[in-house]
Design a protein around this ligand. Structure first.
Ligand code: SAH
Length: 347
């Protein structure tokens, strides 16, 4: 007999699930129950659904699969950071990270397997992009980290950043669907203000997000406000130059009134001069924004090296003198390769 590929049940909306049960001669309400199992209770198999009859579970089993992610390996850092290697239904692997501080626990999640961009300082860029994650694969990462947060830190997840593998704006629809689920009462009910999408800066998509009136926060990985320098370290900048990026960000602010956070690493001999600082100050003044100076996490033999503390201090002083908010972020989870830019499925 020919094998018909079973459908992924979580690709169905609640309405579709209700319709399915009606078409099977059951009650639409059964759809709600199953939906709750799938999304709120995170069921991995139909047998988990204990308030559903055995026959119905068997019928579901015959028609559908649940393509749940599986945490293949969990590593815990001495600083409390946790990294999950997550296996997808087709065997590919992505990584996600839980970052605890005294006041919050943040999930750093992936949006793609690998990445199509080519930032020279990022380990993920070496994997190339293999595919986009589905909304449920993004959602599952969050649920897994929420569970670990409750288990190891005795509190639920408080924030989410899309700063794992991949470029979220190149998988925009699925990222948006995942965020819808995360923020809905049928998912985690988390406020969108606690979610940050980080992009290397795709102007067209930033404008689209503004048009879509999204409520989450936006971070942009800037690293240089000088085109030649940025193109050198982030070659796609050649196609999305700073002028276009700035125009899109102005559009974003105009529509959302949400400040932008620029992520910025200062490297020795690359962007540690006064001219680099001046360019950043000027860039920041054009659209309301703040700067997050992040520590460099080495990924190899040393084309890139974190600039001296003196250079960082010069950045901080200049930004502050110009009334721009600046924070300096220390790396977390370095001992397990869980820090920014280190996610590369080493094992
Ligand atoms: N593609 C998105 C999100 C993934 S990267 C983006 O570019 O924003 C998340 C953050 O880590 C970005 O700010 C990125 O520039 C930074 N990053 C990448 N490699 C890094 C490294 N080796 N050390 C420190 N930060 C790094």
């Amino acid at each position: 007999m020919e094998q018909v590929a079973k459908k992924d049940i979580r690709a169905l909306s609640k309405e579709q699930l209700r319709d399915f049960f009606v078409s099977e001669g059951d009650k639409a309400f059964r759809g709600n129950q199953v939906y709750e199992w799938l999304w709120q209770k995170g069921a991995h198999s139909f047998d988990d659904m204990t308030n559903i009859s055995k026959e119905t579970r068997k019928m579901l089993e015959d028609n559908f699969v649940i393509n749940h992610i599986r945490v293949d390996k969990m590593q815990r850092s001495s600083d409390g950071t946790i990294k999950n290697a997550v296996r997808l239904h087709d065997g590919l692997i992505v990584e996600s990270v839980l970052i605890p501080t005294s006041t919050r626990t943040t999930a750093c999640v992936s949006s793609q397997v690998g990445c199509s961009l080519d930032c020279k300082f990022c380990a993920t860029s070496r994997l190339k992009r293999m595919r986009n994650l589905n909304p449920d694969e993004i959602y599952d990462q969050v649920i897994a980290i929420d569970r670990e947060s409750r288990l190891y830190h005795n509190r639920p997840l408080s924030n989410i950043v899309f700063m794992g593998m991949g470029e979220p704006l190149m998988n925009y629809n699925n990222v948006l669907k995942a965020i819808d689920k995360i923020t809905s009462e049928e998912g985690l009910g988390m406020s969108p203000k606690r979610i940050t999408v980080s992009t290397s800066g795709v102007p067209k998509m930033i404008k689209k997000m503004a048009d879509d009136e999204v409520k989450f926060k936006l971070a942009v990985s800037l690293h240089s406000a000088i085109d030649e320098v940025r193109t050198e370290i982030m070659p796609f900048n050649e196609h999305f130059p700073l002028k276009d990026l700035k125009e899109a960000l102005a559009y974003w602010y105009d529509k959302t009134k949400n400040k932008i956070t620029y992520e910025y690493v200062v490297w020795d001999g690359i962007n540690d001069q006064q001219k680099d600082i001046n360019a950043l100050v000027k860039f920041c003044k054009d659209v309301p924004s703040k700067v997050n100076l992040i520590e460099y996490n080495p990924i190899d033999d040393g084309q890139f090296q974190q600039a001296s503390n003196k250079a960082i201090d010069r950045y901080v002083d200049s930004l502050e003198q110009n009334g721009i908010t600046v924070t300096v972020r220390r790396s977390r989870g370095k001992d397990i390769d869980a820090a920014c830019g280190q996610l590369a499925n080493k094992e």
